[in-house]
Unconditional design. Structure first.
Length: 184
């Protein structure tokens, strides 16, 4: 069973024959976008001086959830919205080269990383590939505890220049509401 099947709790419903790649449609969509493009001249530095670190979840459109407009914020996304070394890399550039001073973490309910375990995921890779990844999948049980973990990683990082404005939230995918996470 593939990881997709394992995460969805069912056998692979979508075979290769069913899948229709999207890139051609995206290229056509982009033609329409470019035809009415009116946003020349925006600076590279985010206008609100803020960086958002969010899960890659497809149900979490960061811009409308927060009322952001283009040019407002850096958006850094990965599985879980976890603060990894590569997120630190992006935030370091964001703060030291592009002027952001505030960090918002957005984790959420019903995350894919709650549906796997570190050991189980690694064992599956080991069995299939004969190799364990050098990275952690960052599986978690409680999105609030996971958000606190990410906030702590930011606080302990010497590369993060501005730490006075770090806030963490869990987005409820059933209500659209953000719930703030406070340090314990
Ligand atoms: Zn997620």
């Amino acid at each position: 069973m593939s990881y997709h099947a394992a995460l969805c709790g069912k056998a692979d419903a979508m075979t290769d024959d069913d899948f229709q790649p999207n890139a051609d449609r995206f290229v056509a969509n982009n033609e329409a976008w470019a035809a009415s493009f009116e946003h020349r001249g925006l600076p590279a530095s985010p206008g609100r001086n803020v960086a958002i670190v969010a899960c890659m979840d497809s149900r979490m459109p960061v811009f409308p959830i927060l009322g952001l407009d283009r040019g407002d914020a850096h958006i850094i996304r990965n599985a879980g919205g976890v603060v990894t070394d590569d997120v630190i890399r992006s935030l370091t550039l964001s703060q030291r080269a592009l002027g952001t001073r505030e960090i918002i973490l957005m984790h959420h309910t019903d995350c894919g990383l709650q549906k796997v375990t570190e050991d189980g995921f690694n064992a599956g890779l080991m069995e299939e590939l004969g190799v364990r990844p050098s990275w952690s999948v960052e599986a978690f049980v409680d999105p609030y505890a996971d958000t606190r973990q990410s906030m702590k990683r930011l606080e302990y990082s010497p590369f993060i220049l501005h730490k006075d404005h770090i806030r963490g939230f869990v987005y409820d995918v059933t209500t659209g509401r953000l719930d703030e996470v406070f340090a314990e």
